[in-house]
Design a protein around this ligand. Structure first.
Ligand code: AMP
Length: 324
């Protein structure tokens, strides 16, 4: 099923679009072609047909995978996708809160959602196709034929988020592989905010021979340095103020490296820990100084070492990272 929203305030178009949608003829709907730059696709088979048609017509395609509740960070990825694929290309944004990347005690059920707002933001951002599949299509299962196929990256997904959230990256690589198969993109844009995720996806793309160029876009931040995140919506105003400590921790480590050039990771970890502990709602989950390519821990920290952090602010778990 393919659905579309009519252009605002036009009853005639609205009726026409509804009729086209119910007849499943939306791809040939003149009103849609004329007024609605953005298609909303909810069916995985419809998405695959569209992608195959683009391939046969040599139309370049860029994909921006998201879990929705969009913010300026996501929008910067969409702009980057457009810039890379050009005006003639198709920019596809997926919104899917992927259950397989959440652990049993994580926030899947309460993950923030506002699809109508997301649709408006995507439309204004010039997205061509918004893909919103549901669980039944992404993970088809019947009584005797449960969903049973997963993609596992075995090296870069081991530490940090991989240790803290055991099945997380298996869920991420599986859903990204599925999205690649549905959208057949030439380019996919990911945020540096999820540094380990981007590295794992990049490795999976290479190892499985996906003909997809992975683009990494910089982290967008609030004025006080807090990285934009859909999960920031969970923070109370007091917690929100304290959450900027992640950014201050990254800055503190940067200053230390600038000053001393080489610093033992254990010493810098203790410094960063002390800084974070000053905020009453903050509790460190992990602090890792790593090589940005291998993601292996660096015992000695210097310029180019990557600092990756996961910190609970109250009950909300936030992550951030920076190259030192
Ligand atoms: P999410 O919806 O949180 O799964 O994120 C979807 C994509 O947006 C991922 O590639 C994230 O890394 C990226 N992203 C999330 N927050 C930011 C941010 N503050 N700046 C840039 N990209 C981001």
């Amino acid at each position: 099923m393919v659905g579309a929203e009519p252009p605002a305030g036009n009853a005639e178009n609205s009726v026409c679009l509804k009729q086209c949608a119910s007849d499943n003829k939306i791809e040939s709907c003149a009103v849609l072609d004329q007024f609605c730059a953005m298609r909303i696709v909810t069916s995985v088979t419809a998405m695959q047909s569209l992608a195959k048609r683009w391939k046969s017509q040599r139309v370049p395609v860029a994909l921006v995978p998201t879990m929705g509740y969009l913010h300026e960070g996501h929008l910067s990825l969409i702009r980057r996708a457009r810039q890379s694929i050009g005006r003639q290309g198709q920019v596809v944004v997926s919104i899917y809160v992927n259950p397989t990347q959440f652990g049993p005690n994580e926030d899947l059920a309460r993950y923030p959602r506002d699809v109508n707002r997301d649709k408006r933001l995507c439309r204004v951002a010039g997205v061509d196709v918004l893909l919103i599949p549901d669980d039944a299509q992404m993970y088809p299962a019947k009584a005797e034929t449960a969903y049973s196929t997963y993609v596992v990256e075995q090296a870069l997904s081991q530490g940090m988020e991989g240790s803290a959230r055991p099945a997380h990256f298996q869920g991420v690589t599986t859903v990204v592989a599925k999205l690649f198969n549905l959208v057949l993109p030439d380019i996919a844009v990911f945020g540096a905010k999820d540094f380990q995720q981007a590295a794992v996806v990049q490795r999976m793309t290479r190892d499985l021979n996906y003909p997809v160029k992975i683009i990494l876009a910089p982290t967008r931040r609030e004025k006080d340095g807090l990285a934009l995140s859909s999960r920031n919506a969970y923070l109370s105003s007091q917690e929100r103020r304290q959450a900027a400590v992640l950014w201050r921790a990254l800055q503190r480590a940067r200053q230390a490296v600038r000053k001393s050039r080489v610093v033992p990771a254990a010493r810098l970890t203790a410094q960063v820990q002390r800084l974070i502990a000053k905020e009453p709602a903050a509790r460190v989950d992990y602090i890792a100084f790593i090589d940005p390519v291998t993601l292996q821990p660096c015992p000695r920290v210097s310029a180019g070492t990557h600092l990756v952090l996961a910190v609970f602010i109250g009950k909300t778990r936030l992550i951030d990272n920076a190259r030192l």
